[in-house]
Design a protein around this ligand. Sequence first.
Ligand SMILES: Cc1ncc(C[n+]2csc(CCOP(=O)(O)OP(=O)(O)O)c2C)c(N)n1
Ligand code: SF4
Length: 286
Amino acid sequence: MKVKASYHRLDPTWCNGCGLFGVFDALKRAAVALAIEPEELVIVTGIGCHGRLNNYFRAYGFHGLHGRTMPVATGIKLVNPGLQVVAVSGDGDAYSIGLGHFLHALRKNVGLTYIVVDNRIYALTQGQASPTTDFGMVTMSTPVGSKDYPIDGPSLALAAGGTFIARGFSGEVAHLASLIERGMKHDGFALIDVLSPCVTHNKLNSYDWYKKHILHVEEVPGYSPRAKAKAWEALNDPEKIAVGLIYEEDKPSFEELVLPDREKPIASLDLKVDVPRLGKIMDGFR
Ligand SMILES: Cc1ncc(C[n+]2csc(CCOP(=O)(O)OP(=O)(O)O)c2C)c(N)n1
Ligand code: SF4
C-alpha cells in the first residue's frame, strides 16, 4: 500500500558541522540507490543527538528508550520481515546501556542494519565520557582525563560472530552510503559503525584527526573481508583505524530460521488461541 499522506518537513537541529548530517545524507543515498519506498523502511532510534534522525526522514520511525533499539527493531522485523529495518544508535546507546542487546541481536543474525554513530562522547547530555572515549581524554565527567580504556564496536562484533561488519566516516559520505547500501542488502545483521565528529563536545576527534588516522581496508593489498584473521589484524592495528567493509560471511538470518514463511508477516497469520489447551495448562498451576 502506497502512503499518500502529506508530511511536514522538519529541518535538523543538529549543530553546524555535526557528523550526523553526513550519516543522514548517506542513509538517504542508500535508500534511494536501493529504490526503497518510505513505507518499506522503518528507522528505530535510541536516545541521544542521533535519536533525532528519524524525525527528519520520510519513512516510518520509532524513537525508543535509551539503549533499546535492538529489541524494538527485532520485534518489528519479526512481525513484518518484509520491511527494511534500520536502527540508529550512538556509542553510548549501543556500546554502554545497550551492549547486551547489541551482542545478542548480532549473534542471532537478525536481519537489521545497525548504524552506530560513534562520536566518542555522550553528546545530548553535554559531553560525558562514553565507552569509546579515548583514554586520558578530558570530558565533563573526567576532569583529570578518562582512566577507562575504550572498547571497539566492530571488534566486539567480530568476536561475537557478526556476519557483516563495516566502519565508515561521516566525512566521507559517498563511501559511507555504499557501506550502508551493502549492509541493507545483507541477509542478516549488518553493523555499520560510523566515526562521526561531535564538533561541540569532542574537540579531539575532529574531521582532520580522523582523516589522519583512518585506513581504508580496500586499499590494503590482499585484503579480503571474507578472511577473519585479516579482519582481526586490521581492527587491531595500533596506529590506524580500519574503515570499509571489514568482514562479511553468509549465514542464515534469524527470520529465516524461526519464521515459517518469511513472505508472510506474523501480523497476517491466523494465530488462534487454543483455549481448551491453555485452560488445561492453567489448571496445572492451581
Ligand atoms: C535509561 C536512561 N539512562 C540515561 C539517560 C540519559 N541519557 C540520555 S542520552 C544519553 C547518552 C547519549 O549518548 P550517545 O548514546 O552516545 O548519543 P549521542 O547523544 O552522542 O548521539 C544519556 C546517558 C536516559 N535518557 N535514559
Ligand atoms: S552536540 Fe555534538 S552530536 Fe549533538 S548535534 Fe551538536 S555536534 Fe552533533
